[in-house]
Design a protein around this ligand. Structure first.
Ligand SMILES: [Zn+2]
Length: 306
């Protein structure tokens, strides 16, 4: 039995050995495959890493480039903003210049419509042309005209100022009346003739020579009060005259020939419209219209009817 058993055992050992050898071979093969797969994977991982590192480097470079571009853009934006501010300043300056020019043109236009004679000083050297006629006259409401007179006229543009003055006086219970306002050259000549007949050469001291008269402008007025019954004399002693000294300037009127003036005989009744600004300044500084240089007076022409 033993050798038979022995023979079977040998086959069994042989088969076992073959199986073991096959198993070991398979195991070795598997291990080798695994190893080689691991190596491949590790290599791939390495490749991936280096690829990623490269990508990262590229990304960093791109970001840096973008940063550079961004700061360039920011600089450009800053410069553009500065240019814009410059342009805005230029526009503002231009607008300012434009406004100044427009105002200058407006002033010139306005000035061209205000008769320069209205602030002119008259004397024996410079006098009003005998053909001069005011631009437009308006008839003075007869309620303000002295009973001894009928139609009296005043420069239309200046009339509202005279009306305000008369109403102001009335409110203060002053019975102010217009004795004489606009006089044409012919009327003035006639009046002078009457004065000469009555007073002889002495008339030169109280009646302006023909054509010299401010009355021909339409902006001068001789005031009186009813109690004087059409006479000029005595007006300087009235309450009405005192009222005019205190208030006429507020309405743009000045006394052309005050007491002790160096130019003409004292005429307390004779008032001339020169505009509120000039009348106010003359009153404030205690100056007489005929003492002020003509150039200085002309500067008030623009605001004459303001
Ligand atoms: Zn007069």
């Amino acid at each position: 039995m033993a050798p038979m058993l022995n023979g079977r055992t040998h086959w069994s050992v042989l088969v076992l050995c073959v199986l073991l050898a096959g198993g070991a071979g398979f195991f070795f093969y598997q291990t080798t495959q695994l190893k080689s797969s691991l190596v491949t994977t590790a290599q791939e991982a390495d490749d991936t890493e280096s690829h990623l590192t490269q990508r990262l480097a590229e990304a960093v470079e791109t970001i840096q480039k973008r940063d550079g571009q961004l700061s360039e853009l920011e600089n450009e934006l800053e410069e553009t903003k500065e240019d814009l501010r410059d342009a805005e300043r230029t526009i503002e300056e231009f607008e300012e210049e434009y406004r100044t020019t427009i105002n200058a043109v407006k002033d010139l236009n306005k000035l061209s419509q205000i008769d320069e004679e209205l602030l002119q000083q008259y004397s024996r050297v410079y006098f009003l042309n005998e053909n001069y006629i005011p631009e437009r006259l308006t008839q003075i409401d007869e309620k303000w005209v002295d009973a001894t007179k009928s139609d009296e006229y005043f420069l239309a543009q200046a009339w509202p100022f005279l009306e305000d003055l008369l109403e102001d006086a009335e409110r203060d219970d002053i019975d102010l009346r217009v004795l004489s306002a606009y006089r044409s050259f012919d009327e003035q000549a006639q009046l002078k003739g009457q004065y000469l007949q009555t007073y002889g050469e002495g008339a030169n001291t109280f009646s302006a020579d023909q054509g010299y008269s401010e009355h021909q402008l339409g902006t001068a007025v001789d005031f009186t009060i009813p109690a004087l019954a059409g006479q000029l004399a005595g007006f300087g002693d009235t309450e009405a005259y005192q009222w005019l000294l205190d208030n006429a300037y507020k309405h743009g009127f000045i006394l052309s020939y005050p007491k002790d003036n160096a130019f003409y005989v004292y005429e307390p009744w004779h008032w001339r419209f020169v505009g509120e600004d000039l009348a106010r300044d003359l009153n404030r500084d205690g100056r007489n219209f005929y003492e002020v240089p003509q150039r200085e007076l002309n500067e008030y022409r623009l605001e004459l009817f303001d």
